[in-house]
Design a protein around this ligand. Structure first.
Ligand code: NAP
Ligand code: MG
Length: 504
């Protein structure tokens, strides 16, 4: 590795000179490739449906490919479940609920969930590679965040299984029955854990539908469930596209639907369920404001901004995609932010030094490009650090737009990519008004050195989660969910139990 500090040219203006020097310094670092070894991971050429504890072929015999978005190469093919297959899975779940799971002592149920958590830990080196290969996220995130947090959710809810009677002030509780669960592609294993762990702890059985572009970690989870000797039919996993999800929602013997995904599909599901009596929770999109006051620790804030929007390629429903800067520090923060962005490494998700991996699919990449073009056309100023993107695969450089107006599409619509829109404010009241000026309400961040201000802002922001002087922090004991068009119901914590129980 060579380290070279390039001195600034004497003629440039003071501020620009400092920025240039730091930029050149950043690019003088040359990281040698550090790819994660993958030879210990066995991905099968084909996966069937996981129904009633066994791998079962789909009735119509259809399969679809899952690709690595960083190489565009096929990794495997998975079964496409038809309505008949979904029916088979729901019947298996019902049978397991009636005969085994609802009759089992809660303490025993908890032991199975603990066992799943422990096997996830044991197989974590495989799981993180599968997650990065299939979804494109950097290995350091799947290794240090997705997989350990998934295990933590199973551990956390295993502990609740025999304490449900204490969860709601001593009120009696009972399970709902069969839960149909549909998850997106941005945190495939973690979303499966968020859904399955509380459902099982509360005594329900499950049919899970993973996203079309990222089914593989759910296939590994099915193997883990077999290894844990969970009774047959307690968890069933049906892969497929939107139609498979729609069949699960429509199935008359499903008692509860839990959906994480886009607001559009969420609305369709809500319409389909109206009047059916099925219980529903929706975790949908977001357009979070990350608000930085002039009195904030600015260097930490810059790292929080970077983490808030570039973490996981911005494929995060709660991403801090709108940066609200107090006007007096706008120029300073933008300069620091650009310097920091210039050090981010975009590339191979399996390289341990990669900060920003591949965009999940070509479709998502096109959507990001289209919204960025709209940002430029509407008059915002676009900037990305100089960075070479790999020739193959779906990649997008970290991008910041300054001079953004609230009416711009990039300030209103969810981009779901590594793209930040910057707005300014002068007073606390203006910051709150701008932050709340969105259909969404999933999360927000506030940066200030005044604790009282953080608490006051938290009560005024219409967001399910408000982070103070940090961003994108998760813990299984902390509830997560939305306001407004970001959905309803909570996942995580004691509150997350309510989604899977009748509370008398
Ligand atoms: P999506 O298109 O809504 O898909 C989510 C899931 O629903 C996928 O499994 C999808 O299958 C399935 N699906 C599609 N059409 C369906 C239908 N008519 N009925 C039932 N299921 C259907 O969302 P996405 O684009 O994959 O995910 C990104 C979105 O998820 C973003 O808007 C993001 O904000 C949101 N998200 C929210 C949270 C949260 O906690 N609030 C967390 C993560 C993501 P296919 O994959 O085959 O299309
Ligand atoms: Mg894939």
């Amino acid at each position: 590795m060579t380290i070279k500090l390039v001195e600034p040219k004497a003629t440039a203006a003071g501020d620009r000179r400092r920025g240039e020097r730091r930029l050149e310094f950043a690019h003088a670092w040359d990281y040698a490739p550090a790819p994660e070894a993958v030879d210990h991971v066995k991905i099968l050429p084909r996966y069937e449906l996981f129904i009633d504890g066994k791998w079962q072929a789909p009735e119509k015999g259809r399969y679809f490919d899952t690709l690595s978005p960083s190489t565009e190469q096929k990794l495997s093919e998975v079964a496409e479940a038809s309505a008949e297959d979904v029916d088979r899975a729901v019947r298996a779940a019902r049978h397991a609920y009636d005969r085994v799971w609802s009759r089992m002592k809660p303490l025993e149920r908890g032991k199975y969930i603990f066992r799943i958590a422990r096997i996830i830990q044991e197989r974590s080196r495989e799981l993180c590679i599968v997650e990065s290969l299939d979804g494109g996220k950097p290995i350091k995130e799947s290794r240090d965040f997705d997989v350990p947090t998934a295990a933590a959710h199973f551990f956390y809810y295993a502990g609740w299984a025999d304490k449900l009677g204490y969860a709601f002030g001593g009120r009696p509780v009972s399970a709902l029955g069969v839960a149909g669960q549909i998850i997106p592609w941005n945190f495939p294993l973690l979303m499966a854990a968020w859904k399955i762990a509380p459902a099982l702890a509360c005594g329900n059985t499950v049919v899970l539908k993973p996203a079309e572009t990222t089914p593989l970690s759910a296939m590994f989870l099915a193997e883990i469930i077999q290894e844990a000797e969970l009774p047959d039919g307690v968890v069933n996993i049906v892969t497929g596209a939107g139609a498979t999800g729609a069949a699960l929602v429509a199935h008359p013997d499903v008692n509860k639907v839990a959906f994480t995904g886009s607001t559009d599909v969420g609305k369709r599901i809500q319409k389909a369920l109206a009047g059916t009596g099925k219980k529903l929770t929706l975790e949908l999109g977001g357009k979070a404001a990350n608000i930085v006051f002039a009195d904030a620790p600015l260097d930490q804030a810059v790292d929080g901004i970077v983490n808030g929007i570039f973490f996981n390629q911005g494929h995060v429903c709660c991403a801090g995609s709108r940066l609200l800067l107090e006007e007096s520090v706008h120029d300073l923060v933008i300069r620091k932010l650009r310097d920091r962005m210039a050090t981010l490494r975009v590339g191979d998700p399996l390289d341990k030094n990669t900060d920003i991996g591949a965009i999940n699919s070509r479709m998502q990449l096109e959507k990001i490009k289209e919204l960025c073009a709209a940002g430029e056309a509407e008059g915002a100023e676009r900037w990305s650090p100089p960075c070479e993107l790999p020739a193959k695969g779906f990649f997008f450089a970290p991008t910041v737009f300054t001079g953004v107006a609230q009416s711009h599409r990039i300030a209103r619509e969810e981009i779901f990519g590594p793209v930040l829109s910057v707005l300014t404010f002068r007073t606390e009241a203006e910051a709150v008004e701008k932050a709340n000026n969105t259909f969404y309400g999933l999360s927000a961040g506030v940066w200030s050195n005044k604790g009282a201000r953080l608490f006051k802002m938290a009560t005024q922001l219409e967001a399910g989660v408000v982070w103070g002087n940090t961003y994108n922090k998760f813990d299984p004991s902390s509830p997560f969910g939305g306001y407004k068009e970001s959905g309803f119901g909570r996942e995580g914590g004691r509150q997350g139990l309510a989604a899977y129980l009748h509370v008398d």
